[in-house]
Design a protein around this ligand. Structure first.
Ligand SMILES: Nc1ncnc2c1ncn2[C@@H]1O[C@H](COP(=O)(O)OP(=O)(O)OP(=O)(O)O)[C@@H](O)[C@H]1O
Length: 549
């Protein structure tokens, strides 16, 4: 079959045009326009199968030069009353996958129902004679839709037959179908990507929400939401998922054991044992046999083998409280366990492996102990891979009252007392007290008060211990700023002297606030500890209020 040069050029042009179009509606329009150029016809229309594959929907129609995009919601049904709608030429072509060619639709009954075209002709004064319907099928031969061409024209523009153009039409339809299928795939991909993006965003939001609510509720079931505690929780968040050893530091009664349990309970080891041992409470030999165990006959009284706490805690966590008070000899043995992951019970000839996470705790200034030679520096580095400083109760703001109310509920329940409440004056006293014994001291104070108070009445200052009521209020930061207000400064002082005065008083204030713990103070002031010690010596800061560390 000989085709006109312009038709072949049009076919080539359509290939390029389709290859660069990814948008479905734009592509459908291009198919219709190019079809009219490749196959000389007066009218062109494209129908596509809807997603349910039950309707052929008209998308774009062209009559001579006029192109119309159609937004048809209900197209031609493939079936009606349970029967395929084979009277319709488009449905027939779609179902059979075969092109349909009619030279004259008015030439008597030809097996299809053209009544709607007759009606249109009447309405618009047109005259349809020849028709060609070509199915658009993808590489798997699934029908995507059909292309309808009306009124074939010859090269002179006179009415003709589509028969001569069938092969050209089939070739055009084949690559139009490939382009359409690609556009569908790209569209489906984009929708998937959008969907993924959306669900990712949703996941991110949920994640954030979970993290926030976890922070708010603090899953660790530790009472206290102050900023200082939030900082400690944030460090815990980091450490629970990893197996590193943790060193909990803080004054006595700040909740080091509470934190240690919480770390264990939120770690992967939570179903395994959590064993605690206070290293200060027992004599050296007993502590050694407790920790490492012994073999029968290894000393007088060793009548049976005894498992040590490292073995008891295998796969779990061993909490070593008051680690600063561990005797030097045992420090060396502990270091070996940490380095080699093996223990050797007393009297045993061989070591064996253990898998234990160590959480150590101390209220001591370990750095000072190292200087004094009573704590091994190498052990210190092993233990303090991840230190967490627990804030003193006086640094926790309103947590004091939150904790007090928690303990009231606890003891009211224990002692069958109707819940008492805190009188405003009591709240004031508790808020300004410095709590050297921290949470443990508050807990004892509240227990005593709940016992003293009558059921359902308020806890008054008289229900608090005398030393609490009569204590000087903890120094507030306002006092400091008063001392250093410009009005109070001597007028004849060099800048250097003024700065030194300020620095010296500031360091003293921070030392006091941190219970004279130099490491902690250096941390808070964000300076090396050695520099802090130098300044303490240079300014001759009296550390007589210092606790025994
Ligand atoms: N945040 C808290 N919420 C509720 N109770 C707490 C909290 N912190 C501490 N406690 C309670 O305070 C008491 C002291 O806590 P814990 O023994 O954990 O302190 P510690 O720092 O280990 O003390 P020490 O240094 O003397 O060993 C315990 O009864 C504990 O239950």
């Amino acid at each position: 079959m000989q085709y006109h040069q312009t038709q072949l050029q049009a076919l080539l042009a359509s290939t390029t045009a389709f290859a660069t179009e990814q948008n479905i509606n734009a592509l459908l329009k291009k198919i219709v326009i190019h079809a009219g150029e490749v196959i000389a016809a007066e009218g062109v229309a494209i129908f596509v199968l809807d997603v349910t594959k039950t309707y052929l929907n008209l998308k774009v129609a062209k009559w001579r030069d006029e192109v119309r995009e159609v937004n048809e919601t209900e197209g031609i049904p493939l079936q009606s009353v349970g029967q395929f709608n084979t009277d319709n030429i488009c449905v027939f072509a779609a179902l059979t996958g075969k092109p349909q060619l009619i030279d004259d639709i008015y030439a008597g009954f030809i097996g299809f129902d053209f009544s709607s075209i007759y009606e249109q002709d009447k309405r618009y004064g047109t005259k349809t004679h020849s028709l060609m319907v070509v199915p658009l099928r993808d590489h798997e031969e699934k029908t995507l839709g059909v292309l309808l061409l009306a009124n074939a024209k010859n090269q002179q523009g006179e009415p003709s037959s589509f028969v001569a153009m069938e092969a050209l039409a089939l070739s055009f339809a084949a690559h139009a179908a490939v382009a359409l299928n690609n556009a569908y795939l790209i569209d489906a991909n984009k929708k998937l990507i959008d969907l993924l993006g959306e669900s990712n965003q949703q996941l991110e939001a949920e994640n954030k929400h979970l993290k926030q609510s976890r922070k708010r509720l603090n899953n660790y079931q530790i009472i206290g939401e102050s900023k200082a505690m939030q900082q400690a929780y944030a460090l815990m968040d980091k450490v629970v998922a990893s197996p590193v050893n943790v060193l909990l530091r803080g004054e006595t009664g700040t909740g080091k054991e509470v934190f240690a349990r919480a770390i264990h309970n939120n770690s992967e080891r939570s179903n395994n044992p959590f064993i605690t041992q206070n290293c200060a409470a027992v004599p050296e030999q007993l502590l050694e046999s407790e920790l490492f165990g012994y073999k029968k006959g290894s000393f007088t009284g060793a009548t049976t083998d005894k498992k040590g706490l490292f073995d008891e805690a295998n796969s779990g966590t061993l909490f070593l409280d008051e680690i600063g008070d561990m005797p030097l000899n045992l420090q060396a043995k502990l270091l070996r366990v940490l380095q080699e992951g093996e223990v050797r019970p007393l009297g045993a000839t061989q070591s064996h492996k253990v898998d234990v996470r160590i959480i150590a705790a101390t209220h001591c200034d370990l750095e000072e102990k190292i200087t004094a030679g009573s704590f091994r520096e190498d052990l210190y580095y092993r233990l303090s891979v991840f230190p967490i400083f627990l804030p003193a109760l006086r640094e926790r703001g309103d947590d004091v009252i939150v904790l007090a109310k928690h303990f009231i509920r606890l003891y009211a329940k224990n002692y069958g007392n109707l819940p008492a409440r805190l009188a405003p004056s009591t709240i004031e006293i508790l808020k300004s007290y410095s709590f050297p014994g921290n949470v443990r001291q508050l807990q004892n104070i509240i227990e005593r008060a709940v016992l003293l108070v009558d059921s359902g009445t308020a806890i008054l200052p008289e229900h608090l211990p005398e030393q609490v009521c009569n204590a000087e209020p903890a120094e507030s930061t306002e006092t400091k700023s008063q001392v250093f207000s410009l009005q109070n400064l001597p007028v004849k002082q060099s800048l250097k002297e003024a700065v030194q005065d300020y620095e010296s008083a500031l360091i003293e204030r921070y030392l006091q606030a941190n219970n004279w713990n130099q490491t902690r103070t250096a941390e808070v002031l964000n300076m090396p500890r050695r520099t802090l010690v130098e300044k303490i010596n240079r300014y001759k800061i009296v550390t007589k209020g210092k606790r025994s560390h």
